[in-house]
Design a protein around this ligand. Structure first.
Ligand code: F6P
Length: 320
C-alpha cells in the first residue's frame, strides 16, 4: 500500500506541467496519501531537496507557465551510484513511489528507478510531442499556438517587404511542432527531420509563388537540420528574393498554458497518482484517441524519438 509519493518535473519545461502537479497533489491528498515535491528534477532528488506539499502549495498555479517545482537536465543520473543515492533520499522519508513529468530523457530515469525497485509513473511533459504512448504531450498545444502567433506576425512584415521569412522552431528530432505550425500558420514550406530536405524544391516553390504575384513566403524549419541564417542566404542567392531568419528559441516554451494543456495536465496528473495508489508502477500515462491510457515505460522509450504525423507532412506544400 502506497503511503507517500514524490513528484518532480525534469528536462525542458512545458506549459501545463503545473496543472499536472496540481492534479497529482490534490488527488494524493484526497486519498490520504502524502505527496512530496522535489526541486529541479533528478538534480534536486540527488541533492535531497524534497519537501511535503499540501493543497495550498498548488493553489493559483493552473494558469502559470513553467514548473513551480523547477526543472533541470542532470546527466549524472545515468550513473547507478547516483540513482542509488537518490533513492536513499526518498526512502529515508518513507516515500515509496514517484511521479516523473517530462520527456524521453526523464522517462529513461524513471525506468531505471523502477528497475531498481522504486516504482515510477511517467507523465509526458514536453513541447516536442516526441514521446511514445500518447497522441499529445503536455505543452505541445501551447507552444504550437505561440509559434502560430509568431508566424502571423512574421507574415505581416514579410508581406510589407516582399520577403521570405524563415521561422525556426523547436522539436529536437521530431517534426510535429514544425509541420503543425506550418499548416496552422499558412507556411509555404516545412523542413522536418523525418523527410529529406529538397532545397531545389524549396527554391522552385518560392520563385514560382513570387513570380505569380505573392508578396510573402514563410518557411517553417525544425531545429537541428540546418542553420537558419545560412539557409536565408541560400534562398536569397538562389531566388533573388530577400530572406530573413528568425529563431524562436525558448520564447516558444514559456507562457500561459492553453486550456487544452491545462485539461491534459490535470487528467494525466490525476491518473498518474491513481495508478500508484493502485500499486501500478513502471508505466507512462497518455491520451490516445481521446482516451486516457498507460503503457510500460520500457516499451515507450524503445524507439526514440516518436515521429511526426506523416499524414500532415505534405500539406504545407500542397496548400502553398
Ligand atoms: O525538450 C524540449 C526542448 O525545448 C527541445 O525542443 C529543445 O531542443 C531543447 O529542449 C532545448 O533545451 P535547453 O532548454 O536545455 O536549451
Amino acid at each position: 500500500m502506497i503511503k507517500r509519493i514524490g513528484i518532480l518535473t525534469s528536462g525542458g519545461d512545458a506549459p501545463g506541467m503545473n496543472a499536472a502537479i496540481r492534479a497529482a497533489v490534490r488527488t494524493a491528498i484526497a486519498a490520504d496519501v502524502e505527496i512530496y515535491g522535489i526541486r529541479d528534477g533528478y538534480l534536486g532528488l540527488h541533492q535531497d531537496r524534497i519537501s511535503r506539499m499540501n493543497t495550498l502549495d498548488v493553489t493559483n498555479i493552473i494558469g502559470r507557465g513553467g514548473s513551480i517545482l523547477g526543472s533541470a537536465r542532470f546527466r549524472a543520473f545515468e550513473e547507478e551510484s547516483v540513482r542509488r543515492e537518490a533513492i536513499e533520499n526518498l526512502r529515508k522519508r518513507e516515500i515509496d513511489s514517484l511521479v516523473v513529468i517530462g520527456g524521453d530523457g526523464s522517462y529513461t530515469g524513471a525506468l531505471r528507478l523502477t528497475e531498481m525497485g522504486f516504482p515510477c509513473i511517467g507523465v509526458p511533459g514536453t513541447i516536442d510531442n516526441d514521446v511514445h504512448g500518447t497522441d499529445f504531450s503536455i505543452g505541445f498545444d501551447t507552444a504550437l499556438n505561440t509559434i502560430v502567433e509568431c508566424i502571423d506576425r512574421l507574415r505581416d512584415t514579410s508581406n510589407s517587404h516582399k520577403r521570405v521569412n524563415i521561422v525556426e522552431v523547436m522539436g529536437r528530432h521530431c517534426g510535429d511542432l514544425c509541420v503543425s505550425a506550418a499548416i496552422a500558420g499558412g507556411a509555404d514550406f516545412a523542413i522536418v527531420p523525418e523527410q529529406p530536405f529538397d532545397s531545389a524544391a524549396l527554391f522552385r516553390s518560392i520563385s514560382q509563388a513570387f513570380a505569380a504575384g505573392k508578396r510573402h513566403g514563410i518557411v517553417a524549419l525544425c531545429e537541428n537540420i540546418t542553420n537558419a541564417e545560412l539557409l536565408a542566404n541560400d534562398i536569397e542567392g538562389n531566388t533573388g528574393i530577400e530572406c530573413r531568419a528568425t529563431v524562436l528559441g525558448h520564447i516558444q516554451r514559456g507562457g500561459v498554458p492553453s486550456a487544452q494543456d491545462r485539461i491534459l495536465g490535470s487528467r494525466l496528473g490525476e491518473l498518474a497518482v491513481k495508478l500508484l495508489i493502485d500499486g501500478i508502477g513502471g508505466q507512462c500515462v497518455g491520451i490516445v484517441n481521446g482516451e486516457l491510457t498507460h503503457n510500460g515505460i520500457a516499451e515507450s522509450i524503445k524507439s526514440l524519438p516518436r515521429k511526426f504525423d506523416a499524414k500532415l507532412a505534405a500539406l504545407p506544400l500542397r496548400l502553398a
